[in-house]
Design a protein around this ligand. Structure first.
Ligand code: HEM
Length: 524
């Protein structure tokens, strides 16, 4: 037999590789029923595609944001496919709500679930409502549901008022006429963390930095802050990385361990209190334990699941609310006329000195509209990933102006991703979607499903009212006293500020870039 030269072998292997990639592409195209779209080397939502920057050849994580005006228009459809030929699974991206409803509404009969790869990051503290599917989801929602009630929202309202007053005092705003805040997220993240700390966890957090406890242990407030800030490391780092003698890694490890022990003790304390007939506190943790004690057998959550649900409130509710508040102030800085309308509304509801209450929360229609509009333009939960757990079908409505719909087969394993940015910028639902127009929400009931950025159907965000009560309360307190303006760099125009600042950052959630603002005291 003639000997094969090295170059022949390399060429043959290369040929096999090319053929295998062509086969992968052809299979991918078949899986998405040849829907038009992008053909790319890597799936955008998984490694390595997600880690590489968005370029002409790699969509990356940020493409739904960068292409928000053009992606669906370019392919003439609200449903577009992204098929990788090197690595990853093919997927359909939808900006259509009828299609979204078919995949995200869940329920025990749903053909779609959250893929394991997407839920993994959420399981650090135990199974929870966000990560669960099918029967497991029903079990968690049944226990979590009762904790989200008016007693909790009243507590959110009073705590937010208190946190605002602490902020003014401790940050030294009292008596000042101008306050420059180079990154408003520094404040909004702290507000959101303290509100979740008090109202979800039930710990009395304070605006001033907590010191080290006399026995040298880390205070809970500090542990929660560290755990929140190092969450991505916890998800991504291999076990050995935790042994590295790097100060912040060791600090994070200590924070995780202390918090885990603390939470276990807290579950036991709360159970004992409830079983002894003690009065029920207003925080979500206590109400969750209470609702769970009423369940029995398979319907009862384990201690680990209870803790998983308390933590998921932190991860689902902290960054999302903080970034939306930052975006709201960013947009309002560009719209002084709208701020004046908001100011009049606030004074008409609570006067010059009063504090917002849950009762008057629905009267802050314009404050809420500003928050909802900022959320529409920066939808924090920007991508809802689902995977077909069996062969099924999707009904796809025809383009705007054409009656009817068509049905396409969806094979098991295909990803159908609801592109929330695509939905919120879809002209079918919002006219002039790229414009900040809070008035589009006037007259829409606060509980309406129209605010789709919180998702739709039974799996809609359970923390929606928590987030809006907190945000409206904080904004009402702030905007009654202060006017917000863009904090410009030397020689910068307002248009340049807008282009620099109102851009997105994207990791687990979508946020706005650092927002620099200047607060000017009203009447000064
Ligand atoms: C502006 C703030 C918020 C936004 C934009 C937001 C958005 C969302 C979205 C889009 C979902 C659906 C996710 C999916 O199906 O994959 C969701 C679910 C969820 N959110 Fe929020 N959220 C916010 C605040 C909160 C807060 C404050 C909490 C808790 C205190 C919270 C807790 C949850 C939970 C537990 C779920 C899972 C619900 C289920 O699957 O039944 N969220 N959120």
């Amino acid at each position: 037999m003639p000997e094969l030269s090295t170059s022949t072998v390399v060429l043959a292997l290369f040929g096999v590789f090319v053929i295998s990639r062509v086969v992968k592409l052809v299979n991918g195209l078949k899986a998405v029923s040849y829907l038009p779209g992008r053909r790319v080397p890597f799936q955008p939502l998984a490694l390595p595609g997600a880690a590489l920057p968005t370029t002409w050849w790699n969509p990356g994580l940020k493409f739904p944001w960068l292409d928000r005006f053009t992606f669906y228009k370019r392919f003439g459809s609200e449903n577009v496919s992204v098929v990788p030929f090197m690595f990853g699974v093919p997927g359909i991206y939808t900006s259509n709500l009828d299609v979204a409803r078919q995949v995200i509404t869940g329920g025990h009969k749903s053909s779609f679930i959250k893929p394991e790869s997407a839920s993994q990051a959420l399981l650090v503290w135990g199974m929870n409502l966000v990560a669960a599917d099918n029967e497991m989801w029903r079990k968690h929602r049944r226990v979590m549901g009762p904790a989200f009630n008016n007693k909790l929202y009243e507590f959110v309202c009073t705590e937010t008022n208190k946190i605002y007053c602490d902020m003014v005092e401790i940050e030294g705003w009292a008596g000042k006429t101008v306050m420059e805040v180079p990154v408003i997220q520094k404040l909004t993240f702290k507000v959101a963390l303290l509100v979740i700390g008090s109202c979800a966890f039930g710990f009395p957090f304070t605006w001033s930095e907590p010191g080290i406890a006399p026995d040298g242990s880390m205070p809970v407030q500090e542990a929660i802050r560290i755990v929140t800030e190092t969450h991505m490391f916890k998800i991504a780092a291999p076990k050995w990385a935790w042994k590295l003698p790097i100060k912040w890694i060791q600090e994070s490890k200590r924070a995780h361990e202390q918090l885990a022990a603390f939470m276990r003790a807290q579950v036991n304390n709360r159970k004992a209190e409830i079983n002894d007939g003690g009065s029920l506190a207003s925080n979500a943790f206590s109400m969750l334990v209470q609702a769970n004690e009423l369940e029995s057998g398979k319907l009862r959550l384990s201690d680990e699941e209870l803790i998983g649900n308390v933590f998921i409130m932190l991860f689902a509710g902290h960054e999302t609310t903080a970034h939306t508040l930052a975006a709201t102030l960013g947009f309002l800085s560009l719209h002084p006329e709208f701020q004046d309308e908001i100011y009049e509304e606030i004074v008409s509801v609570i006067g010059d000195k009063g504090e917002p209450t849950l009762e008057n929360y629905p009267m802050f229609k314009k404050v809420l509209a500003a928050f909802y509009e900022a959320l529409r333009m920066f939808p924090a939960g920007h991508i809802l990933i689902r995977e077909a757990q069996e062969d099924t079908v999707l009904t796809i409505p025809n383009p705007v102006g054409e009656e009817g719909s068509k049905t396409i087969p969806i094979p098991k394993g295909l990803h159908v991703n609801v592109d929330m940015i695509g939905v919120q910028y879809n002209p079918r639902y919002f006219d002039e979607p790229e414009k900040f127009k809070p008035e589009r929400w006037y007259g829409v009931a606060p509980e309406s499903e129209g605010f789709t950025a919180f998702s739709v159907g039974p799996r809609m965000c359970i923390g929606r009212k928590f987030a809006t009560v907190e945000s409206v309360t904080w904004l009402a307190m702030l905007l009654r006293e202060w006017r917000t303006e863009p904090l410009l760099r030397e020689g910068e125009t307002v248009e340049a500020w807008r282009a620099r600042v109102l851009d997105a950052t994207m990791v687990l959630t979508l946020g706005v870039s650092d927002v620099p603002v200047r607060f000017v005291r009203r009447g000064a």
